[in-house]
Design a protein around this ligand. Structure first.
Ligand code: IMP
Ligand code: MG
Length: 179
């Protein structure tokens, strides 16, 4: 099905699950190459949107790792509210650890900025950021993004964990808002 309807909006097929799978594998291989083999990194998924990416990512990562989640939110409907709210923090001791943030999508970078703020006082060995999707035209921050799966134009997407008003997270493919 190439067109779907979620509440009042229509979306069309944009990125297939095969293409997503390749991008996820590619990120996992890059991170495998970059992390010392005697080190156990902590992968930190940003809920809710990243759950599907994280589940597929960790199955592609071949070495020992820890996995944790943080929960923040900045979107209501299809417009960024500009406000980021921290909902659930980190309880683990992260001192001296490599933490890799796993994001579904980076848009304005407000969420990423909040993430950097959460982790800057943790005395980490290093903080890396991986995002499956990235909107380069909207990103306004001077913050490093270490791994990018698929850069996309500034249009709203759903599927593969991403939602429109709570709907569409279960879709295996990515759909783009129709004008
Ligand atoms: P940012 O803080 O503006 O970078 O937005 C980050 C968060 O907004 C992401 O983690 C998503 O949850 C949500 N978001 C941004 N763009 C989209 C989109 O196109 N579709 C669905 N959610 C989005
Ligand atoms: Mg998110």
């Amino acid at each position: 099905m190439n067109t779907i309807k979620l509440n009042d909006k229509h979306f069309e097929l944009f990125i297939t699950k095969d293409k997503i799978e390749k991008a996820v594998k590619n990120i996992a291989k890059q991170i495998e190459n970059d992390i010392d083999k005697d080190e156990v990194p902590i992968f930190m998924g940003v809920l809710n949107g990243s759950f599907m990416f994280v589940a597929d990512f960790v199955r592609e990562y071949s070495y020992n790792c820890h996995l944790s989640f943080v929960k923040l939110t900045s979107y209501q409907g299809t417009n960024s509210t500009g406000k980021v709210r921290k909902l659930v923090g980190v309880n683990e001791n992260l001192k001296g650890k490599t933490v890799v943030i796993l994001e579904d999508i980076i848009d304005t970078g407000n969420t990423l900025e909040e993430i950097y703020n959460i982790f800057k006082n943790e005395d980490l060995k290093q903080l890396k950021v991986a995002t499956l999707f990235f909107k380069p035209d909207v990103f306004k921050k001077d913050l490093a993004i270490d791994y990018i799966g698929i850069p996309i134009e500034d249009k709203f997407i759903v599927g593969y964990g991403l939602d429109y008003d709570g709907l569409g997270r279960n879709l295996p493919n990515i759909y783009q808002l129709k004008k």
